[in-house]
Design a protein around this ligand. Structure first.
Ligand SMILES: [Zn+2]
Ligand SMILES: [Zn+2]
Ligand SMILES: [Zn+2]
Length: 168
């Protein structure tokens, strides 16, 4: 079950992605429900991760797997990085968290708005901006038609340098 969810779904917008209202209490419910779905056993590590993810989601903070893992290890030294990784990727697959990839190959996770969007990232300071642009649907359809693909999703990330990095 966990393994199925750990595929790199960020590369492809999941066509089953549920459109949700990411208001704080609902988001908390969904994060907890996601963990319940994965395991009926409410193990302590899972509960700790769920608690921290809810906090991060509420605060709108960006975070990396390693940051989250280091924090969690202070509470539970036996917690494996893979468990943390799978928990986070599960939430990405469910559309509760976004994975943001940077030009340098690193990435982080964050809670974004509920509308379809892409990310504009700063190559220097890693600032993330949600942008309301997309590929034209008729062109996507034309590509699918021409290549005999059933196109299920796409990813698009814009890179650049933000204003404050440019003035330095
Ligand atoms: Zn986003
Ligand atoms: Zn910048
Ligand atoms: Zn798009």
């Amino acid at each position: 079950m966990w393994q199925e969810w750990s595929v790199q779904t960020h590369l492809m917008e999941n066509k089953y992605k549920i459109k949700q209202n990411k208001t704080a209490p609902m988001l908390e419910d969904k994060i907890r429900a996601a963990f319940d779905e994965v395991s009926q056993r409410h193990t302590r590590p899972r509960r700790l991760i769920a608690d921290r993810l809810v906090e991060l989601a509420m605060s709108g903070e960006n975070f990396t797997i390693d940051e989250l893992w280091q924090e969690m290890r202070e509470l539970d030294p036996h917690l494996g990085r893979a468990t943390v990784y799978r928990s986070v990727e599960k939430l990405v697959a469910m559309g509760l968290l976004d994975r943001v990839d940077f030009a340098d190959g690193t990435h982080l996770y964050r809670v974004c708005g509920e509308n379809h969007h892409h990310h504009l990232t700063c190559t220097q300071c890693h600032m993330v901006v949600e942008v309301d642009v997309c590929l034209p649907e008729d062109q996507l359809n034309a590509i699918g038609h021409k290549t005999h693909f059933d196109i299920e999703g796409h990813s698009l990330t814009l890179f650049g340098r933000c204003e404050s990095c440019r003035v330095q």
